[in-house]
Every structure is written in C-alpha cells, then in structure tokens.
Design a binder for this molecule. Structure first.
Ligand code: ATP
Ligand code: MG
Length: 302
C-alpha cells in the first residue's frame, strides 16, 4: 500500500476526515476541527503584535474582482466558477428530462457573479484599493477563508476545498520585505513549537502552459516565493505547509493601490495551509490527540 493512501485511509477510519466520494473534498470530524482551531489560534498569538486588521470573506468572490486579478492568465486549470440555473419553466422541464436520461444537464447552467476564492487574499486587494491611499504605516491584514482549487488528488494534503489563513502586508518595498523576512523566521518557530521538523526552500507557482514555465523560472530566480516544508505523506517530497510570497508591485499596479506617499504599493503575504498543518500533526504525533507529546499539547491546548 502506498503511503498517501494509507494516511488518508487512516484519517477516514479515525473519523478525522470524512469521505464524500470526490478526491480532495472531505468532511471534517470534531477532533480534526479542534486541531485546526487550536493551530489557527496559535497563529493569532504569534501575529498579535502586528495589530492586523481582521477581515473574513466568504469562500466566493466578486467575479469582476476575480477577472481583474488576472488569475485566468496564470492558473486557468485551478479556477472554479459558480453557475446556476437561470431558465424559464420550459427550460426546467427540459433540464429534469435531461437529468432523468443521464444527460449532461450542466450545459445549460449560466455563470453567476460569484467565483470560488482561489486564495484568501484575492478579495482583499480591490477592497483596500477602494478605500483610497494606504495610511502612513501601510496596511496589514488578517484573513482566513476556505479556498477552492481544481486539483483533485488522492494525496490528503492536496484538497480541492481547504482553509488558508493569511497575513498580508501592503506598503513600501522595504516594509513588505521586512514583513516577509520576519514571518519566515516566525513561521519556523511556530512549526517547531508544535513538534514538527521544518525546512525552507525557494518555490514557484504552477503557472499554466509553456509561457508559464518562464514565469515560474523567473519567480524562482528572483526568490519571490518560499515554502516551509514538512514531511506529511513522504519524506522525499515534503509538503508546503506555509508559503511566503512577495508580489512586488503586481497587485498594487493591478488595483491602483498606493502608499501614503503616492507610490505604487508593494505587497507580500504569508499563507498557512490549515488542513496541511493539521495533517502534518496527525502524521507525526499520531491519530489520537490525547497521546500527543505533552509539550505539543501544552502549546496547542494550554
Ligand atoms: P503546492 O505547491 O503544494 O501546490 P501552493 O504553492 O499552491 O502549494 P500557495 O498558493 O502558496 O500554495 O497557498 C498557500 C498555502 O495553502 C500553501 O502553503 C499550502 O499550505 C496551502 N495549500 C495550497 N494548495 C492546497 C491544497 N490543494 N490543499 C490544501 N492546502 C493547500
Ligand atoms: Mg498549488
């Protein structure tokens, strides 16, 4: 049996994750949720001094904002749109008949104004841009959202719907670089404090197509993305549990975000994959949270 299937099967058997019949789409049991909430609270404790503005968006975003973000240029393969039935009564009759015959009833669904959120920070940039110039000290935000990515997999660490906790910094290049540097250090402390091994490496996003390969290389060459890796289903291929991203002026230019001095704002974010951290904890400390090391229990449950 391969390691991935066995961790997923063990999580199902323990009731920590619940099979829905779709790879990457799972229910969560109470113990799993408790671990997620405890870790989420630990992130808040580590970030408390930042006095970040807390904002929670639902897992769907304004389609116009999604379009404006350029996501379809880079990651068309991952996006998920929300479609609905918008027809008349006759269309409804045809729809039901199509379903009864086992046909593709989804063909008639029409796009709504909502797209599933691909990363917790996407709805933030246009929201903050609408407020006008950033204040003197720039901006710092605390986000968390379920995110959707169409990447079905048997690897429990690659879900289609998962939660991302984020801190986002907006300001001058120096401010956002200092923020990212400090979170690369804090992130390692945070993960070590719950008894997990940490390693940091440069990384890239899965930009689509042949032109995407160039963007990926460029991102690596410029050290724009780092990941904090923890072995979850494999030691040779550890899983990215946190990521530290410097967007330069990409979102600033895209949305017209400006600093108090009127310069185009730079942005950076640290993202915590909450399910991935929970999976790493179960993989390293066992499925029974009651028998986790006392030090880890103390950090999470006090
Ligand atoms: P990967 O390289 O593994 O696909 P990523 O680079 O796409 O990860 P980011 O876009 O940086 O990840 O997202 C921030 C964090 O969200 C990641 O560090 C990870 O912990 C988590 N994450 C990303 N994709 C998934 C997924 N499919 N399932 C669960 N967590 C995820
Ligand atoms: Mg990915």
């Amino acid at each position: 049996m391969d390691m991935q299937a066995s961790l997923l099967d063990r999580l199902f058997a323990a009731g920590h994750l619940i099979d829905t019949g779709v790879d990457g789409l799972y229910g969560r049991g109470g113990v799993f949720e408790d671990v997620i909430q405890r870790f989420d609270a630990l992130v808040s404790a580590f970030g408390a001094d930042q006095q970040a503005e807390v904002i929670r968006f639902p897992p769907g975003m304004n389609r116009a904002h999604f379009e404006g973000s350029g996501y379809m240029k880079s990651f068309p393969q991952l996006a998920g749109t929300v479609h609905s039935f918008c027809g008349c009564e006759l269309d409804h009759v045809n729809l039901l008949q199509c379903m009864a015959e086992g046909g593709d009833w989804t063909k008639g669904q029409e796009a709504t104004d909502i797209v599933l959120t691909p990363a917790a920070c996407y709805p933030l940039y246009p929201t903050v841009a609408r407020r006008g110039q950033l204040p003197e000290r720039g901006g710092i935000f605390d986000l968390q959202s379920y995110c959707f990515r169409h990447e079905p997999s048997k690897d429990p660490a690659r879900m289609q719907l998962f939660r991302m906790r984020e801190y986002v910094r907006m300001g001058t290049p120096d401010e956002v670089m200092a923020f990212r540097q400090s979170w690369m250090e804090r992130g390692q402390e945070l993960i070590a404090s719950v008894g997990l091994p940490v390693a940091i490496d440069v990384a890239n996003d899965p930009f689509f197509g042949r032109a995407g390969r160039m963007l990926s290389n460029n991102q690596r060459d410029q050290n724009l993305k780092f990941e904090l890796l923890v072995p979850v289903t494999s030691t040779e291929k550890p899983t990215a549990c946190l990521s530290f991203n410097y967007h330069q002026d990409h979102f600033g230019k895209t949305w017209g975000l400006t600093t108090a001095d009127g310069e185009v704002a730079h942005t950076a974010c640290v993202g915590f994959g909450l399910e991935r951290v929970a999976l790493a904890l179960f993989a390293h400390h066992g499925l029974d949270t009651g028998s986790w090391p006392a030090g880890v229990r103390k950090v999470l449950w006090g």
